[in-house]
Every structure is written in C-alpha cells, then in structure tokens.
Design a protein. Structure first.
Lengths: 123, 123
DNA sequence: TCTATAATGCGAATGCATTTGCATTATAGA
DNA sequence: TCTATAATGCAAATGCATTCGCATTATAGA
C-alpha cells in the first residue's frame, strides 16, 4: 500500500509552490529546507513515481539537462534567461504549424526551447 | 602542425554526403565502412576539433541525445520520424517571434524539435 | 498500541557518453 | 628518403546522472 511520507509531501510542495521546471539540484536544495535529512536517492525514487503516476512530467532541456515540472500545466514552452539563469513558463504556443513541416509530414509532438534575457534582467 | 588523416577525411566525408545530423553510433558505423580500423576515441577527438574549428555544430536533441551536423546549414530545425527513425532538416523557421515571449523579453536563441510521421511513412 | 511492510538514508554500483595515457603509426616538411 | 611529431588505436579512466542493496525508520491499518 502507498504511504504518505514527509519527504514525498515536501517534494510535492516544492512543485506546487513553484511555477517553473526544476532540476535535481534545485529540488534537493529546496527539499532539504523542508526535510533536512532528505536523500538524493529518495528524491529520484519519488520523482520517478510521480512521473509514472502522471503528476509530474520529465523534460529534457538541451542545455540544462533533465528537469521536472507539474504535468497539468497544459501545452506551453520554456524560456531560459542567460543572465539570471531562471526558467520561465511561456503559456501558449508560438509554433506556426503550417510553416513547420513540408506537405505530407504529420507532426505529433514538438518542443520549443527559447533563451535570451528576461524582462527584469533587461532593466 | 595540423595533419590530414584518413580518419578525419572519412568523418568529414560522411557529413558532406549526409544532409541530416548524426549521432555517434551512425558516425561510427559509416566511418568504419570507410576506414575499418576507425576508433571511437579518434572519432570523438575529431568531432571535438571540427566543432571548435566551427565546421561542425553539436546539438542536443531531447530524445536522441548528442548529434553533430554541418555548421554552415543556416538556421533550421529538425523533424524526427517515429516510424523510420530518420531525422529531417527543416529549412526555415516556424517560430512566431511575436507570440513566443511576453513583452520585455529578448530572445537570443531558440530551438524547435518536431517529431511525428514523415511523408514516406504515411504512405 | 502494536506490527507488517513501505519508504528512507546511506554508500556502493551501474550505465552511459566522453576523455585520457601511452605505445604505435603515419603524415608533412626538411 | 628521413625524421620529428601529430594523430591513431587501444584499454583504462573519468564524470555524470541515476539506480540498487540493505539495514533502519516510520506510516497505516489491525
């Protein structure tokens, strides 16, 4: 039977409070603030479990590596600020489906990763 | 002084003949057809060198991992066919810059990875 | 409260792409 | 042709994220 533990609750809390995808480093860091004995193997076990239950989504960022985020956010893309190193969720989709592929091709999935300077770093 | 070797010529030839990005496996496979003693360490050394000379570009595909391709292809994106497992270069760009980010953000780079079924696999 | 066992913490192990040390080979310039 | 040394092949080493084995802890239901 599935049990509710401090560590899993802590991990879930981090994602609920956070609106951006997180890497293992950040998850560990924030997690230890909540449960100071929190172990990396435990975090991986829980991430895996939360992904297979469909609560989290695992994404593979081309420069940041593996990140996890809440699965229920709907379709969106990500912007990475090269200055403050923050990730931003970008609601909606900026893919022009018509221009994307030659006639006869069928798109099933797509990912868009943007990077640059965010609003607050530009000022 | 830089020397021209059979193995480097072979690697360059593979990329020139090929219009799609290649992973280490494919590079090794095709490379061995040209120089049958070709070693993986040699391939990595040459890929690294060709990237830092600006002749190749190293890309990080979210599902296929590290791929290399000719640097001079200009801006374009990639389509991966889930059926025949082929990569296709898609000339041009289907990013709608206006819809992509909120006002005040500045895009410096972006990558788009598409996947689905290619034209020949649909028939 | 008691108890079976799910989940944790720990450290070691794994898997993988990539790199390195070193003896050997082969290229380019003398 | 000869020779210095760049580049190779090989096997071992590295770095890294992720997983595993196992003793210990703590949760949920009796």
């Amino acid at each position: 039977m599935k049990r509710e533990t401090e560590q899993r609750k802590a991990i879930e809390k981090i994602f609920i409070q956070q609106e951006k995808p997180l890497g293992i480093g950040e998850i560990m860091e924030r997690g230890r603030e909540l449960v100071n004995t929190l172990n990396q193997a435990t975090v991986y076990r829980n991430l895996k479990r939360l992904v297979s239950s469909g609560w989290l989504k695992r994404i593979n960022h081309p420069t940041l590596g593996t990140l996890w985020e809440l699965a229920d956010r709907g379709h969106h893309h990500h912007f990475y600020c090269n200055v403050c190193h923050n990730m931003y969720d970008l609601p909606g989709c900026a893919l022009d489906q018509k221009k994307a592929v030659p006639a006869g091709f069928e798109i099933e999935e797509h990912e868009i990763f943007l990077s640059g300077t965010c609003k607050s770093c530009l000022h």
